[in-house]
Design a protein around this ligand. Structure first.
Ligand SMILES: [Zn+2]
Ligand SMILES: [Zn+2]
Length: 350
């Protein structure tokens, strides 16, 4: 089968590799259909590392994906404890926790220290024609959701978890720094959750247009303004209840702290390329900010599927570019260069 493997920074090669073995108990074999390209994949692609994880050997990227069940192991129950059947289309939650450590047992499987994650070194991801996955991580897709939006349920899951952590209250004011797919989905969820004002910031106008269409009260280009000044002006000097950082830039955490109100919440979901958090201590301290780091998600797929099926979140509007598996290197290069109009890139595998 065809596999796209990352051999080192910006070095993706397609090769013919052996098929996966028959699925073990609790596993299914998936015929992979689509894979989304994520900002975290770009870090790995450009530098061969993300945070303190360094890819010391070639491996396969791809953690946002969906596929069709091609073979079923014994006791292959999906994420809602239903038996999986051959031919079913499923989206896959990429993190596989141990389910028996202190964190898992106390309701935080997203923080399990013993987990593995499809598409994060050393675990191979979905840029290949077939792979075995944990059945429990599979969530069947309704017919109304296309193959193309399946991978975006992972992105939406990350956004849902972030908004959960923000404890957003109805009528609250929110700012979202960064309008990539995660930032845009957070913006949309904040609107749906009843925020009274939602500020969106980004450096790409085409993304700000989506924020605007999805209900942001204000959408500003960070190259044309000082985001903190804008928020302070438009909130009468008060600041927002919740500031969410979903960008990668050096200043975005600081800006988010500056635009939060006294006693406000700062939620960080962006991953900086230099692995450093830059924040002036006194700004956060004097306001008594609650700072929360968002890590992955907790059983958010059923809610994500509901939101997408009902049309309240239009995942298809995020898909800007499509490539075949054989064009994986080109897809990554286009995304890394931020070609005009680029938002979510989808790779079509099968
Ligand atoms: Zn991702
Ligand atoms: Zn665990």
């Amino acid at each position: 089968m065809q596999v796209a493997r990352l051999h080192g920074p910006t070095d993706i090669r397609i090769a013919d590799e052996p098929e996966p073995p028959p699925p073990a108990p609790g596993e299914v074999t998936l015929q992979i259909k689509t894979v989304g390209l994520c900002g975290s994949d770009l870090h790995m692609y450009e530098t061969g590392r993300i945070g303190y994880t360094v890819a010391s050997q070639p491996f396969v990227l791809g953690h946002e994906f969906m596929g069709e069940v091609a073979a079923v192991g014994e006791e292959a129950l999906d994420g809602e404890h239903q038996p999986l059947r051959i031919g079913q289309r499923v989206a896959v939650e990429p993190a596989v926790p141990c389910w028996r450590c202190e964190l898992c047992e106390s309701g935080h499987p997203n923080l399990c220290p013993h987990h593995y994650f499809y598409g994060l070194f050393p675990e191979d991801g979905a840029l290949r024609e077939r792979m075995n996955v944990s059945a429990r991580n599979c969530f069947p897709l309704p017919d109304s959701l296309s193959d193309e939006v399946g991978p975006l349920l992972e992105t939406l899951g990350v956004a849902i978890h972030t908004v959960d952590l923000s404890k957003l209250r109805i009528g609250a004011t929110v700012s979202v720094l960064g309008a990539g797919p995660v930032g845009l989905l957070i913006t949309r969820l904040a609107v749906l959750a009843g925020a009274s004002q939602v500020f969106a910031f980004d450096k790409f106008d085409w993304r700000l247009r989506v924020a605007d269409a999805w209900g942001a009260t204000y959408a500003y280009n960070v190259d044309d303004c000082d985001p903190a000044d804008v928020v302070m002006d438009l909130t009468g000097g008060r600041g927002v209840d919740v500031a969410i950082e979903a960008a990668w830039s050096d200043h975005s955490v600081q800006q988010a702290a500056e635009m939060a109100r006294y006693g406000g919440r700062l939620v960080l979901v962006g991953i900086p390329p230099d692995d450093k958090l830059q924040l002036q201590h006194s700004v956060a301290r004097r306001k008594g900010l609650t700072i929360i780091m968002s890590r992955r998600m907790k059983h958010t797929y059923p809610r994500a599927i509901q939101l997408a099926t009902s049309g309240r979140v239009k995942l298809e509007e995020l898909v800007s570019h499509r490539f075949d598996l054989s064009q994986t290197a080109q897809a990554y290069a286009s995304n890394a260069a931020y070609e005009r109009g680029i938002n979510k890139v989808i790779l079509r595998v099968g």
